[in-house]
Design a protein around this ligand. Structure first.
Ligand SMILES: Cc1ncc(COP(=O)(O)O)c(C=O)c1O
Length: 405
């Protein structure tokens, strides 16, 4: 344990070796270690450079379209009848999700490091689309590993990546989903160490990725602090976001971790149910090592990684970012879960009463809003992270509803 379980600040981690409590770290092949060190040094250098920050801010404003609005969901609030519900509209970013915040940061870092070949893994395809987009913008080669199952359920995103000039490599090993795509990307990285930058899509992987991706996503929570002050004159009382690896959630949560009055909820995918196939690593996993870091993982009794399941390709991952694992251990974040059915119901509800089609991922967060918000007083301010838009999910939802949509 290198980070105290009762720290003065929940925002100080990780330690210099990348540990959040017992989680995180750097479990990689020897061939990758020099690259990881190179990346860490480049990131530390960029963080101190005002020009890097200035350029990021410029592109976030003019290319991504930030700040994304917060929207008071009046009819949802009325229907639920408790807390005042605001949505943070990451779905309105260029490329349609929060993923672009992190990709912009990593691509700018890759440019700084002189890397011309970018690889990425993708589940729902939103991270792949963001990576393909920024590679097109900056004239970089882009290869995206995507599970064959995910290619089927997120076909519109595969077409977007193709149109943007990226090469999408179908992955057919394991369950042909996100975990397997990440395995392939890591294999590519080991093979092409010199030329390649690996752009990871969530707060997972070896140090410094979890902290670096978190830092790039903190723009979400930083904006929410300012926007809620403007809208309501004070901080929100609760925050809620879905968790795949946990990057949209971490981006919203992190700037509020030291505000004791703010309740924080992360929602994992309970798939068919926690006693059946699911993707809820905190609810149903235990600590182990995968993809370069120690964290909660779905494992069988022999320590083999179990298949995860969620209707949502972006949540279909058998692990969770190590900082979330630690925030669970120290009790700062409450982890809940929502089933496929609950997510589809929440998806339909938001379409119907707010005119917003949410990503199925975000619908997991929305699914837990009624049970939390209904118990709160009317002056309770809740912010739900709407991490992405749901155009990509219409086929999946239609299939679930027997073709009726
Ligand atoms: C719209 C959207 N939300 C959430 C996620 C889950 O990722 P994370 O937990 O890193 O935010 C994804 C992943 O693809 C996504 O596309």
């Amino acid at each position: 344990m290198n980070v105290s379980p009762t720290p003065n600040s929940f925002r100080n981690g990780p330690d210099e070796r990348g540990h959040f409590g017992m989680h995180g770290g750097r479990f990689v092949a020897e061939t990758l270690m020099p690259l990881i060190h190179e990346l860490e040094a480049a990131y530390n250098d960029a963080k101190k450079d005002p020009a890097f920050k200035r350029e990021m801010t410029h592109h976030l404003k003019h290319y991504v379209g930030r700040p994304s609005p917060i929207y008071f969901a009046e009819r949802l609030t009325e229907e639920i009848g408790g807390a005042k519900i605001y949505l943070k509209r990451e779905d309105l970013n260029h490329t349609g999700a929060h993923k672009v915040n992190n990709v912009l940061g990593q691509i700018m870092l890759a440019r700084r490091m002189g890397k011309k070949r970018i690889i990425a893994e993708t589940g729902a395809g939103m991270h792949g689309v963001a990576t393909a987009t920024l590679c097109a913008k900056f004239g970089l080669e882009c290869i995206v590993y995507m599970g064959a199952v995910d290619i089927e359920r997120q076909r519109p995103n595969m077409m977007r990546m193709n149109a943007l000039g990226a090469k999408v490599v179908p992955v057919t090993s394991g369950s042909s989903t996100l975990k397997d795509a990440m395995n392939e990307a890591l294999r590519d990285w080991v093979t092409n160490v010199g030329s390649t930058f690996y752009c990871i899509g969530t707060v997972a992987g070896p140090h410094p990725y979890p902290a670096m991706v978190r830092d790039f996503q903190c723009v979400i929570g930083d904006e929410v602090r300012v926007q809620m002050q403007e809208a309501e004159g004070r901080l929100p009382d609760s925050l809620i976001a879905c968790i795949g690896g946990g990057s949209n959630a971490m981006g919203l949560f992190h700037p509020f971790l030291d505000d004791a009055s703010v309740e924080i909820y992360g929602v994992e995918a309970a798939g068919h149910g926690l006693d059946k196939l699911h993707a809820a690593s905190i609810a149903g996993g235990r600590p182990g090592v995968l993809h370069g870091n120690r964290t909660y993982l779905l494992m069988d009794k022999d320590g083999q990684i179990e298949e995860a399941h969620s209707i949502s390709a972006g949540l279909d991952y058998p692990g969770i970012g190590p900082e979330h694992a630690w925030l669970h251990d120290v009790g700062r974040v409450n982890f809940l879960s929502a089933t496929d059915d609950e997510a589809v119901e929440a998806f339909q509800q938001l379409c119907r009463i707010e005119g917003i089609i949410p990503a199925l991922e975000s619908a997991h967060a929305l699914a837990k809003v009624p049970e939390i918000a209904a118990k709160k007083p009317k002056d309770h301010l809740m912010v739900v992270n709407l991490s992405g838009r749901g155009d990509k999910d219409l086929d999946s939802v239609a299939a679930r509803l027997g073709g009726k949509i």
